[in-house]
Design a binder for this molecule. Structure first.
Ligand code: SF4
Length: 434
C-alpha cells in the first residue's frame, strides 16, 4: 500500500467516526442565518430514468406524478428558508437528474430568482437531455453552468455501467456535446477513472475525445467511489476495480489535461479558464441544501434532510422543515474540514484561515500540517499553503475517502427510513449505531 492509500485509510476511519449523524428531534430545523451573509443554495432532485449500478447518490426511478409533486415541495421549502431570513447568491441543482422535468426545473429556478439575486446557476444533467432547444430554455432561466454525467466514451464501459441504452454510445454523446457547445456559458463533463475493465488505452481514448474532439470547457475526472450498498451490485455487473492502477491513471489524466492547456480547478477538475469550480464546497464553506437527502453545512454543523421522499413531501405540505439529522463538529474537526476543502482547490490562504478561526488555525492543526509538509504534500509559500504534485494525488485519495464516507452516510440514512420507528427508537435509546 502506498503512503497516499495509507493516509486515506486513516482518514476513512476518522470520517467514519466524525460523520455519524444523530436523529434530530427538538432541534429539527436549520439555525438562523448569519446577518448579511449570502449562502450557496443546493437543491436536490433525486429522480433518474434508470439507476446506474455504481451510483451511491440519493436517487430513485423517475415517476412523473411523484416528481411533479416533489418540485412543488422544493418551491415550498425555498419559501420556508427565505422567510426564515436566508439569502442566496449562488444556486446548484444536483441529483439524480434535475432535468427530468424541464418545465418544473425552470419554474423552481424562477422561484429562487424571484427572491434572491443569484448570478451563478449550475445544473446537473445527462447526455440524453443535451438538446439545443432544451438548453436554450435553461439559458433563458439563468443557467450559467451545466454539468453532464458522461462517465466514459468507451461503449463497452457504457454497457457495463448500463448507460449505453439509456444515454447513447460514446460517439453519440460526443456529437451531442459538440452540437450544444456555446449555448450555456460553461459545460462541465463528468468522467470516472479507474472503472473495472477500464484499460489505459480506453482512458487515453476518453482524453482524446474530450480534448481534441469535444474541446470541453471543463472536465471533472472522479476516481471510482463506492459504498457498502453499491459494492456487491457493481462487482456483479461491472467487475471489480484495483486501486493499484489509480495513481498511474491520475498521472495520465493530469499530464494530458495540463499539456492541452487546461488549468487545475481542483485535485480532479480541469478548466480552460481560471476560477471555474466544479465542487461548490471548494469555495463555499457554508451552504443550505434543500430537497430529500440534501445536506447543509451551517455554523459548524452538518444537517441532513429526510431520505424518505414520501416523508419529505408530507412534511413540506404540512409547512414543516425536512431536517432529520444533525452532527455538530468539534472546533478541531471544523479546522480539518476547512483544510481538506480549501486544499482540494489547490491553495489555502493562511490569512483568511486565521481570520476564520480567530488566529488558531495553524496552531490547532500543527500536527497535521507538519506531517503534510514532511511527506512533501503541502508547501508553505508564506502567504498560502499549496499542494505539491504529490499533494494533488494525496488529495484525490483523501477526497475519495471523504465522498465514499458520505455515500456510507447516505446508506445509513436510507437504512433508517426502511426500519419501523419503534426499532429505531429502541436502538437510539441504547446508542446502537445503525
Ligand atoms: S449516475 Fe447519475 S444517472 Fe446514474 S443513477 Fe446516479 S445520478 Fe442517476
Amino acid at each position: 500500500m502506498n503512503i497516499e492509500e495509507l493516509l486515506g485509510s486513516f482518514v476513512r476511519r476518522l470520517n467514519r467516526r466524525d460523520m455519524h449523524l444523530s436523529p434530530s428531534t427538538l432541534d429539527s430545523s436549520l439555525p438562523a442565518p448569519a446577518p448579511g451573509l449570502k449562502y450557496l443554495l443546493y437543491l436536490h432532485v433525486p429522480y433518474c430514468i434508470a439507476l446506474c449500478p455504481f451510483c451511491s447518490f440519493h436517487r430513485v426511478k423517475f415517476e412523473r406524478d411523484s416528481a411533479t409533486r416533489y418540485f412543488d415541495c422544493l418551491r415550498r421549502e425555498i419559501s420556508l428558508v427565505t422567510d426564515a431570513g436566508y439569502s442566496f447568491d449562488e444556486l446548484y441543482v444536483g441529483g439524480g437528474t434535475p432535468t427530468v422535468l424541464p418545465d418544473e426545473l425552470v419554474a423552481t429556478i424562477a422561484a429562487v430568482r424571484a427572491r434572491h439575486a443569484v448570478d451563478d446557476i449550475s445544473v446537473e444533467t445527462n447526455p440524453d437531455h443535451l438538446r439545443a432547444d432544451a438548453l436554450q430554455e435553461l439559458k433563458q432561466a439563468g443557467v450559467t453552468r451545466l454539468s453532464v454525467g458522461v462517465q466514459s466514451f468507451d461503449d463497452n464501459l457504457l454497457k457495463a455501467m448500463r448507460r449505453f441504452d439509456n444515454y447513447g454510445s460514446g460517439p453519440q454523446i460526443a456529437a451531442r456535446l459538440k452540437e450544444v457547445r456555446g449555448i450555456i456559458d460553461t459545460v462541465n463533463v463528468d468522467m470516472i477513472f479507474n472503472l473495472p475493465q477500464q484499460t489505459e488505452s480506453s482512458l487515453r481514448h476518453d482524453l482524446d475525445v474530450l480534448v481534441d474532439d469535444v474541446a470541453a470547457d471543463q472536465v471533472s475526472f472522479y476516481p471510482l467511489m463506492t459504498s457498502d450498498s453499491t459494492r456487491a451490485e457493481m462487482s456483479r455487473t461491472m467487475g471489480t476495480s484495483s486501486l493499484s492502477r489509480q495513481k498511474d491513471y491520475y498521472q495520465l489524466i493530469t499530464e494530458r489535461m495540463l499539456s492541452a492547456g487546461y488549468l487545475r480547478s481542483s485535485a480532479w477538475c480541469f478548466s480552460r479558464k481560471p476560477g471555474m469550480y466544479d465542487e461548490y464546497i471548494v469555495d463555499r464553506e457554508q451552504y443550505v441544501g434543500l430537497g430529500s437527502g440534501a445536506f447543509s453545512f451551517l455554523k459548524g454543523a452538518l444537517f441532513a434532510n429526510t431520505f424518505s421522499i414520501g416523508g419529505y413531501m408530507e412534511l413540506l405540505e404540512a409547512g414543516k422543515s425536512s431536517v432529520a439529522s444533525k452532527r455538530a463538529m468539534s472546533a478541531h474537526d471544523q479546522k480539518r474540514y476547512y483544510l481538506l476543502m480549501r486544499l482540494f482547490g489547490g491553495t489555502l490562504d493562511k490569512e483568511c484561515a486565521e481570520e476564520r478561526f480567530n488566529g488558531e488555525f495553524q496552531h490547532g492543526l500543527w500536527a497535521e500540517l507538519t506531517a503534510l509538509k514532511a511527506i512533501d504534500a503541502v508547501r508553505d509559500t508564506g502567504k498560502s499553503l499549496v499542494l505539491t504534485e504529490r499533494g494533488y494525488y494525496l488529495w484525490v485519495v483523501l477526497m475519495r475517502e471523504f465522498f465514499s464516507e458520505t455515500n456510507t452516510l447516505r446508506d445509513q440514512m436510507r437504512h433508517d427510513i426502511d426500519r419501523p420507528s419503534s426499532v429505531r427508537n429502541s436502538e437510539e435509546s441504547t446508542n446502537v449505531r445503525a
